[in-house]
Design a protein around this ligand. Structure first.
Ligand code: CA
Length: 236
């Protein structure tokens, strides 16, 4: 069964990253865009099932983008806005948004509405309960504290970038993540030319638990593609 793809369109980084984590936690494939141009690029590259879009965007705003979108294809669309404006709400729904939430929105409400909308259009993913602690090869990674704890019980708090990259790989063992996907998940920005941020971060992550850096056992490098977790997730 194919996992539904959710596209987040939001220029504010913190909100965008929160939305990405929220939908990833619900088991969806999530991609992101910071404006209309990026949104159209993503739509050209990927079959998207649901768009969650902020109305207040730099360049073309969400209302204009939705109108353009509706002339081309039918994708589930949920609007978000900071303004509690009746006009926006009515315009948004008139243009063809399927639903509408005002910021600050309740994350649970948003995912329920998204699920309802997607259930009318595509099959749902098998949702595994989001775990705040992941245990692998005797190590534990805690979402709340970002603590990585060794099999001997020694803890250290990971910087956000290391935590995010490791957690992404742990959540889908065996899946190859490209540098583009990793940098987006770690920082919310795109990969730049000669950008070594991902490689440096992976090296730092490996240093925590690999005994031999030349033959890493938990995170392997797939040359020309990216990285993946090849260790063992311990079931509780
Ligand atoms: Ca915005």
């Amino acid at each position: 069964m194919q996992t539904p793809v959710v596209l987040i369109v939001e220029d504010e980084e913190v909100t965008r990253l929160n939305l990405v984590s929220l939908f990833q936690g619900e088991g969806y494939d999530v991609i992101e865009a910071i404006n209309g141009d990026e949104m159209n690029q993503r739509l050209a590259d990927t079959k998207v099932n649901l768009i969650v879009m902020d109305i207040n965007l730099p360049g073309k705003n969400g209302l204009i983008l939705a109108r353009e979108l509706r002339q081309k294809e039918k994708i589930g669309l949920i609007f978000l806005t900071g303004r509690d404006s009746e006009v926006d709400r009515i315009l948004g729904l008139e243009i063809g948004a399927d639903d509408y939430l005002t910021k600050p929105f309740n994350p649970r409400e948003l995912t329920i509405r998204a699920r309802n909308l997607l259930s009318r259009t595509v099959a749902q993913p098998v949702v595994e309960e989001h775990k705040s602690v992941v245990t692998f090869n005797g190590w534990t990674l805690d979402e709340n504290s970002r603590n990585l704890t060794s099999p001997k019980g020694e803890s250290r708090r990971l910087p956000k970038g290391e935590y995010r990259a490791l957690r992404l790989m742990l959540d889908t063992p065996g899946k190859i993540f490209t540098r583009e996907q990793l940098i987006r998940h770690m920082t919310g920005r795109e990969l730049r030319p000669n950008d070594r941020t991902v490689d440096v971060t992976i090296r730092r992550i490996r240093k925590h638990f690999e005994t031999d850096m030349d033959t890493p056992e938990l995170i392997s490098t797939i040359h020309g593609e990216g990285y993946r977790f090849v260790g063992h997730i311990d079931k509780d």
